[in-house]
Design a protein around this ligand. Structure first.
Ligand SMILES: *Cc1c(COP(=O)(O)O)cnc(C)c1O
Length: 421
């Protein structure tokens, strides 16, 4: 469920008509709903009730300061994968002891940054990383809580670009070598081994791969404890999928996910962390665009929008589907026709949808892409010198721009022309 509904014939974000926002800030833009973000975070905390837990929002899904602050103020922890994300979380007021640091390629500078600023734990992904972290921590005279990310070799059955838990993926250490790596961690100074980390992929639409991975984590917990390690925290990753269409998809609910976590891991006397990104932010955002032209091609009609692949790359990158709906509600039973929906960028890959059934659309109409709150704005670029589009946040009947549209001067003034040129 989200908070983008037709009211009086106009698609609203909570209590604000999208036509009002478009009139004020121009198109294209991203719009997020506070109520939806809040609701989705709450679904996870409810799902894990009865078990010590921290929901760490994976802020790579949507890292706008206002979004981070909305969730951080509710008590959410944060999962960050870079020094930039760590700085964003801190700037939004999230304390270091609610931030976990993930990622396969942490640099020395990033380690120094999080150890100085405070960190709940570092999820270590390899032996060389562990050795470096130990050196950095001892140089700084601190001890850092760590987990080791294990690769459970399970098939998440999701898009190949976002599967991370198979042996051939670059993530984590093979579970078969866990004992060896934990023994090494225990020997190294400056590290406090607190638990195990696992994250098998994104947009998972089935609980079975999770359950298979968590069973392995439960077994490993017992093994490592028997080997003398104090395993007290399990980071279970993120990845729960969302419905991108209204019709034929029913990914597992957070409540069912939580029930499975409690069933598989509840008896271990551990604290759990989860790292949802997409499920919290995905359906909390829309991308709103205008139709520039309706162009008749050879046997097909094109809707040419003012939004493009640089603003929302998921269709070009993952072949992803987004529901695209008119902002003005079509009359009930109005006739549908197929359109190819494209942007103005000079690449044929700049195609959002092919032969998509839509009610009749005219130039100047507004359309909204649903489920665009995660991996939308954060993956955008200024390709074709198209300035990043604004983001706005709605709460009830108020809205605010949370990232303004840069001017062409802003764009150009970031470059430097050498004095000798
Ligand atoms: C991407 C990622 C997540 C979030 O994945 P979602 O599919 O957005 O829930 C969580 N943890 C790690 C380590 C990740 O890389």
């Amino acid at each position: 469920m989200d908070h983008f509904l037709y009211r009086d014939g106009v698609l609203h974000a909570e209590d604000v008509p999208l036509t009002d926002i478009a009139a004020e800030i121009g198109t294209p833009f991203y719009i997020y709903s506070t109520a939806t973000l809040t609701r989705h975070y709450g679904l996870f905390t409810e799902a894990l009730e009865g078990m010590p837990h921290l929901v760490c929002y994976a802020l790579k899904a949507n890292s706008n300061q206002a979004v981070i602050k909305t969730l951080g103020d509710l008590g959410a922890g944060m999962d960050v994968v870079s020094g930039g994300e760590y700085a964003r979380a801190k700037a939004a007021g999230v304390p270091g002891d609610r931030i976990v640091f993930s990622g396969v390629g942490k640099t020395r500078a990033e380690m120094e940054q999080v150890l100085a600023g405070g960190i709940r734990q570092v999820n270590v992904e390899s032996e060389p990383e562990m050795e470096l972290l130990s050196r950095v921590a001892t140089d700084m005279g601190v001890t850092v809580p760590v987990t080791v990310r294990i690769n459970p070799d399970v098939d998440a059955r999701t898009h190949e670009k976002i599967a991370t838990g198979k042996a051939e993926n670059k993530f984590g250490i093979p579970i078969s070598r866990a004992s060896e790596v934990y023994a090494m961690a225990a020997r190294l100074p400056g590290l406090d081994v607190v638990g195990i980390d696992v994250h098998i992929g994104s947009q998972l639409t089935d609980l079975a791969p999770y359950e298979a991975a968590y069973e392995k984590v439960a077994d490993l917990t017992r093994t490592l404890r028997a080997e003398g390690h104090s395993i007290r925290r399990l980071d279970l990753g993120g990845g729960l999928g969302i419905p991108y269409t209204r019709t034929n998809e029913a990914p597992p609910l957070p409540l069912d996910y939580g029930a499975m976590v409690k069933r598989v891991l509840g008896g271990l006397d551990v604290e759990v962390e989860i790292e949802p990104g997409r499920l919290i932010a995905g359906n909390a955002g829309l991308l709103v665009a205008s139709v520039i032209y309706v162009k008749s091609g050879e046997g097909r009609d094109f809707l040419i929008l003012d939004a493009a692949m640089n603003d929302l790359i998921r269709p070009a990158m993952y072949g992803a589907w987004h529901d695209i709906v008119p902002v003005i509600e079509p009359a009930p039973g109005s006739e549908q026709q197929p359109y190819d929906i494209v942007g103005p960028v000079c690449e044929s890959g700049d195609t959002f949808a092919k032969q998509r059934q839509m009610p009749r659309i005219s130039a100047g109409d507004l359309v909204a892409f649903r489920s665009a709150g995660a991996y939308g704005a954060v993956m955008s670029s200024e390709y074709n010198s198209r300035p990043l589009i604004p983001e706005a946040l709605v709460k009830g009947d108020q809205f605010a721009v949370i990232r303004p549209r840069p001017s062409y001067e802003d764009l150009i003034n970031r470059d430097r022309v050498p004095s000798w040129l």
